[in-house]
Design a protein around this ligand. Structure first.
Ligand code: NAD
Ligand code: IPM
Ligand code: MN
Length: 362
């Protein structure tokens, strides 16, 4: 089969990690007889530098016409560019929000799995992580604070800034269904995370999630306040199966979840909607502090490419093969600097990509 992939290298470490993910996809392609055709798309700071905006309408059209989108990361201050000076709708991150909204990718899946091989990189005590853990953060991605009205204004000589958090019941219902559907294929437990003790939007969230739960009698639903959840994630991550939550809470909790798996460089992500067209990207950012140094861990991006094969192309066997290759490389002791521990072999971004390709080929 032929698949058209729009590739967005982006900024900072983005181009380095995307190169490795492409290498791995090509290795899968040649092993299984698929062709992946890539169209490069500018987004983020590099697009601002070239066109003045973070995502042009043509770039958006290319993404929409593709079978799926692979993204590195956008943002950060790199070189001479000072993108932070720009108004919010012209900053690199605005491109990411525009593409998520434009492709209607409201369901963001971030799997947090502790690989046995990475127990040494997990900052939690051995007795807490004994037996490992495997949960998913199911994050609503096109609503909430990210897309509400915002403004900064002057009143009586005082500057005030405002952001608004809005959800309607339909937006909550569709993401809740995703959460329950995913839980059904896993350990059948949904923990819905909100701040219903304070926020109206959370009270509606809780009510609608409960209504949706009625259609899934085989899935157990619990509610948890977000501050407690942040604590429980480090106290006992094993208790979670699917964490279902709104946009901003999911952003923060998924970074926390990534660290308990060993590193932010390990956490993959898939953003999906009502069609097969998805956006696949690591959960981390453009890491400007290590950009261009062959230090970034490409595994989150490579595992995101595996999610693309699974969710957008239904290539289950091929996705498994990537995940198995990643585990094998880790089992044999190879580590990028973010997951390095005593007695292991330090490798760079490129070498890690090469090793994963070699293990696919074995
Ligand atoms: P970040 O995730 O880029 O970096 C945080 C820390 O984690 C840094 O020390 C970095 O070196 C490290 N890190 C991140 N990814 C790594 C990897 N693959 N391997 C090894 N180490 C890694 O977060 P930040 O510094 O807060 O943000 C930098 C820029 O990235 C900001 O402009 C932010 O808006 C943007 N960002 C973009 C995305 C995206 O494009 N999806 C996601 C998050 C942040
Ligand atoms: C992420 C990022 C983005 C988000 C930023 C860059 C807009 O942090 O994908 O987690 O907050 O969604
Ligand atoms: Mn984030």
């Amino acid at each position: 089969m032929n698949y058209n992939i729009a590739v967005i290298p982006g900024d900072g470490i983005g181009p380095e990690i995307v190169t490795e993910a492409r290498k791995v996809l090509d290795m899968i392609g040649s092993t299984y007889g698929h062709t992946f055709d890539y169209t490069e798309v500018l987004m983020g700071g590099c697009s601002i530098d070239a066109t003045g905006v973070p995502l042009t309408d043509e770039a958006m059209a290319t993404a929409l016409a593709s079978d799926s989108v692979l993204l590195g990361a956008v943002g950060g201050n790199v070189g001479q560019s000072n993108w932070y000076q720009l108004p919010p709708n012209l900053r690199p991150e605005a491109g990411l929000l525009k593409i998520r909204k434009g492709l209607n990718l409201f369901a963001n899946i971030r799997p947090a799995v502790l690989f046995d091989e990475l127990k040494g990189a997990c900052p939690l005590k051995e007795e807490i992580i004994d037996g490992g853990f495997d949960f998913v953060v199911m994050r609503e991605l096109t609503g909430g604070l990210y897309f509400g009205e915002r403004k900064t204004y002057e009143e009586n000589g005082v500057t005030t800034a405002m952001d608004t958090l809005t959800y309607n019941e339909n937006e909550i219902r569709r993401i809740a269904k995703w959460g329950f559907d995913i839980a059904r294929k896993r350990n059948k437990r949904v923990c819905s995370v909100d701040k219903a003790n304070v926020l109206d939007s959370s009270r509606l969230w809780r009510k609608v999630v409960k209504e949706v739960a009625a259609d899934y009698p085989d899935v157990e639903l619990s509610d948890m306040l977000v501050d407690n959840c942040a604590m429980q994630l480090v106290k006992d991550p094993k208790q979670f199966d699917v964490i279902l939550t709104e946009n901003m809470f999911g952003d923060i909790l998924s970074d926390e979840a990534s660290m308990v798996t060993g590193s932010i460089g390990m956490l993959a992500s898939a953003s999906l909607g009502d069609t097969k067209l998805g956006l696949y990207e690591p959960s981390h950012g453009s890491a400007p502090d290590i950009a261009g140094q062959n230090k970034a861990n490409p595994i989150a991006t490579i595992l995101s490419a595996a999610m693309m094969l699974r969710y957008s192309f239904d290539l289950e066997k091929e996705a498994d093969q990537i995940e198995d290759a990643v585990k094998a490389v880790l089992r044999d002791g190879y580590r990028t600097v973010d997951i390095m521990s005593a007695g292991k072999q330090l490798v760079g971004t490129k070498e890690m990509g090469d090793l994963i390709c070699q293990y696919i080929n074995k």
